[in-house]
Write a protein that binds this ligand. Structure first.
Ligand SMILES: [Zn+2]
Ligand SMILES: [Zn+2]
Length: 353
């Protein structure tokens, strides 16, 4: 059976229809029908080979790593999932499972490298992995998450990347009631950071160059908006944050945020990957402040995040699109013209043939 999906065939090309084979079910595999797939900035970067220096794109590339669907078949040794279950797959589909990091549940840091959901290399066959911009997926059971009852399937998909990418640093830095959290950037990641930090009881401030974001920030549950171009306001907020999550996806100056951190405070980068603008060590040394980075979380933490979101009724704000509008959606995403995440309705793709 050929699986219907969408792929980019070279850098700079639009995505277009692509039919391909999924592997036959191994004994520990789960087969799922994909119902929804979120559209992440990574999808656009990988499709365009923007990361040629550290993650060169293998074409054709089928992006998509925010995947929600239902189990349609399981291998004979599968115990975690049953046909009909609502399930999800995020950015990883495999890892070695035996190194120290995998055994700690930190598969993302697997010593031999986790297998990415797309543009990865299958650990058994070496074949290029194809992601969620398609009708069907086959993944080993340990990397398939359960979607708890009560989470709206049509909105849950972005939790698998944007959600866990912001949940993980909030947990790493022990955010809880009274924590003072800043969020820089109010896109797919930023809006999830606000919702999650608010649900954990933190006092949350959105930090933006744009005064016009105030209503949006407050609507998402933030306590206030700090306009970073307002020097007086920035001065008042000196040393006022325990943690700042920086979700801006492009190269930018992080120095204005350093003085906002309290002693021992951390600025954690989750959006942009690559060179920073120049950084002075002064605020780091005199305040034991840190600049850190954080990726997605491990599988156990991803399940914890899904359960947390179901319990607290947290869902991304999504705009549902048909698969055929993906190229337009990429253009709009580049202009930050989306509140706050596109989700592809896979019912728009014809059945496999
Ligand atoms: Zn992503
Ligand atoms: Zn490992």
């Amino acid at each position: 059976m050929k699986i219907n999906g969408f792929a980019a065939f070279r850098a700079g090309a639009d995505l277009e229809p692509f039919s391909f084979d999924r592997r036959a079910l191994r004994s520990n595999d789960v087969e799922m029908e994909i119902l929804y797939c979120g559209v992440c900035h990574s999808d656009l970067h990988q499709a365009r080979n923007d990361w040629s220096d550290w993650s060169p794109t293998v074409y054709p590339v089928v992006p998509g790593h925010e995947i929600v669907g239902r189990v349609t078949a399981v291998g004979e040794s599968v115990t975690r999932h049953r046909v009909g279950d609502a399930v999800a797959v995020g950015c990883m589909v495999d890892s070695c499972m035996v190194c120290d990091q995998c055994r700690k549940g930190e598969e993302i840091f697997c010593r031999s490298g986790m297998t990415a959901t797309y543009n990865g290399s299958d650990r058994v066959t070496g074949d290029n992995t194809y992601g969620g911009y398609s009708k069907q997926l086959v993944v080993r059971e340990e990397f398939v998450l359960s979607v708890p009852d009560g989470l709206d399937l049509s909105r849950a998909a972005p939790l698998l990347c944007a959600g866990i990418t912001t949940y993980s640093p909030l947990r790493t830095w022990n955010v809880g009631p009274g924590s003072r959290v800043g969020v820089v950037g109010l896109g797919g990641l930023g809006h999830m950071a606000v919702k999650l930090a608010v649900a954990m009881g933190a006092v949350v401030t959105v930090i933006s160059r744009d005064e016009k974001k105030r209503a949006d920030a407050l609507a998402l549950g933030a306590d206030e908006l700090l306009v970073s171009s307002d020097e007086a306001a920035m001065k008042i907020k000196a040393s006022a944050f325990d943690l700042i999550i920086d979700t801006v996806p492009v190269k930018h100056d992080v120095m204005p945020y350093m003085s906002l951190l309290d002693i021992n405070g951390t600025l954690v980068m989750v959006g942009q990957i690559g060179a920073l603008e120049s950084v002075a060590s002064t605020p780091l040394v005199f305040g034991r402040r840190r600049i850190a980075g954080s990726p997605i979380g491990g599988i156990a933490q991803t399940q914890e995040m899904l359960n947390f979101c179901a319990r607290k009724n947290i869902l991304p704000d999504c705009e549902l699109i048909p698969m055929q509008q993906i190229n337009h959606a990429f253009e709009r995403m580049e202009r930050s013209d989306v509140r706050y995440r596109f989700v592809i309705d896979m019912a728009s793709l014809p059945a496999n043939n």
